[in-house]
Design a protein around this ligand. Structure first.
Ligand code: HEM
Length: 474
């Protein structure tokens, strides 16, 4: 690894030409990933964005380039010179493992790497294109249409079970359990048949600890491996039951699991490891993220009561409001890529193999892209945020997420128009730099206006307008 710190400098004085790359510590005058950052990363992002288009940081994975401006984040996500294949060093070189122990780490974490590296999110074309084609079939608007009433009902049941006359934790009551339940529906996990793993939330949390650690240690890698392999074992059993049913003449079901099995038979999915990898990735990818959208989003809305009331008056604002919540406080704050071939960016040579961290959370507050970026404005008309990524890996679950979030916020607005943050509660952030979210969100209503009828509200937009790409088009 070249000594990137030769490029470090203090920020340029006003009027001086802007340096092309800097050391993040020099820009900030402190470590980047401190507790202040975890509480509120946006001032840090602003400083990085203003200082230079590229910054080198030794806090991410032993050293990585950071891009924080919208145009650069977009470029890194779209351009094939930045590869999505990045799990090797990440999984098998824990930050606290001495060089001499590398061989041991490689062998004890090889199961993790074998599975993780096959997930679509870490593949490049042509493998990525092949797997994505199979997976996209599960997210067609017609599939989502079919799910809509079940999601509505699941939300209604969870809300109905809450006693809103005293303060309650929105995370444990809804934001945490609902996304796992919805992904279970999508995948066709039948609770009655024991398909839906009871430990999914715990496994997912373990994995999130690892994925969200900028420099994961051996213990985090081992715990994540245990969780990932437990998920894989669960799916292995389920897939075996489904294969046996199909061999016995059962009609294939119209769900993700049976579609993956059909694709495996047709050679579009290659081998059971590739198949298992997609199952565990789906379960994980849609779970942590949606939870944070729901809880961060509700907190943000309740912290802006005038906009909460505006939504009350005009529910047609809801789709735009959800997009604005995703921009304002993105549940996924960054993603990574590996430089596939030496290239020059902003006059700086990036070497093959170096890591680039695309700071999505920073791009979503870039003033060259969004006017008054630090203000929440649910009527904003600018382009959709980068919260779901962009380019070949743009989130496949975006439309499902929008549908789910709209259903939750519509029903909460309907049921508890006077909902408010509990006055004594302080936000309790998870401390995860990647998945920005809350462990707990205490809310309450006065009770006077709480509508405790079992509401069966309708979605504020016809589902036909929600296409899988609806959130991501530019
Ligand atoms: C608030 C909710 C969500 C957010 C903010 C989010 C964010 C993202 C982002 C930023 C990416 C791109 C990562 C990259 O380029 O490296 C991505 C990809 C992905 N997301 Fe989501 N996601 C959400 C919900 C979901 C849901 C509900 C599912 C599935 C049920 C899902 C499944 C996936 C998958 C499979 C990919 C990989 C796509 C590919 O590699 O082609 N996500 N997501």
């Amino acid at each position: 690894m070249p000594d990137r710190r030769r490029a470090s400098a203090v920020p340029a004085p006003p009027g001086a030409s802007i340096p092309r790359s800097l050391d993040a510590r020099a820009v900030l005058g402190r470590a980047m990933l401190d507790s202040e950052f975890l509480r509120d990363p946006y001032p840090t992002y602003r400083a990085l964005r203003d200082a230079a288009p590229l910054a080198w940081s030794d806090e991410f994975f032993g050293g990585a380039w950071l891009v924080s401006r919208h145009a650069d984040v977009e470029l890194v996500l779209r351009d094939a010179r930045f590869s999505a294949q990045r799990t090797g060093g990440w999984v098998m070189h824990p930050a606290d493992e001495a060089h001499t122990n590398r061989r041991k780490a490689r062998s004890e974490l090889s199961g993790f790497q074998r599975l993780f590296a096959r997930a679509m999110i870490f593949l490049d074309a042509p493998d990525h294109t092949r797997v994505r084609q199979v997976m996209s079939a599960a997210f067609r608007p017609s599939d989502l249409q079919r799910l809509a009433p079940r999601i509505e009902m699941a939300v209604a049941e969870r809300l109905a079970a809450i006693d809103s006359h005293s303060p309650f934790d929105f995370v444990s009551a809804l934001a945490r359990p609902l996304p796992a339940q919805v992904i279970g529906m999508l995948m066709g996990l039948d609770e009655a048949e024991g398909d839906a793993p009871a430990d999914v939330v715990a496994w997912s949390d373990e994995l999130a600890q690892f994925v969200g650690a900028p420099a994961p240690n051996r213990l985090q890698a081992l715990s994540a491996q245990t969780a990932l392999l437990a998920m894989a074992r669960h799916f292995d059993g389920l897939l075996a039951r489904r294969r046996a049913a199909q061999a016995g003449g059962a009609e294939p079901r119209d769900d993700v699991i049976d579609r993956l099995l059909q694709a495996e038979r047709a050679g579009q999915i290659r081998g059971s490891a590739e198949l298992l990898a997609q199952c565990v990735m789906l379960l994980f990818a849609g779970h942590e993220t949606t939870r944070h959208l729901l809880a961060n989003g509700l907190r943000t809305l309740l912290s802006h009561p005038e906009q909460w009331r505006q939504l009350q008056r005009d529910r047609t604002l809801l789709p735009g409001a959800v997009r604005e919540l995703l921009r304002y406080d993105s549940p996924v704050q960054y993603t990574g890529r590996r430089v596939a071939t030496d290239l020059v960016l902003h006059g700086q040579t990036l070497r093959r193999g170096e890591l680039v961290v695309a700071l999505i959370g920073a791009a979503n507050r870039d003033p060259t892209r969004h006017e008054r970026p630090d203000a929440l404005d649910i009527t904003r008309r600018t382009a959709p945020p980068l919260a779901f990524g962009q380019g070949p890996h743009v989130c496949i679950g975006a439309a499902l997420t929008l549908m789910e979030a709209q259903s939750v916020f519509a029903q909460v607005l309907e049921r508890w128009p006077d909902l408010a943050l509990s006055p004594t509660a302080v936000p309790h952030w998870t401390g995860n730099a990647l998945y920005r979210g809350l462990n707990e969100l205490s809310v309450q209503c006065s009770g006077l206006s709480a509508n405790t009828q079992t509401a069966t509200p309708t979605l504020p937009v016809p589902l036909s307008v929600i296409s899988p790409d609806a959130a991501c088009k530019h």
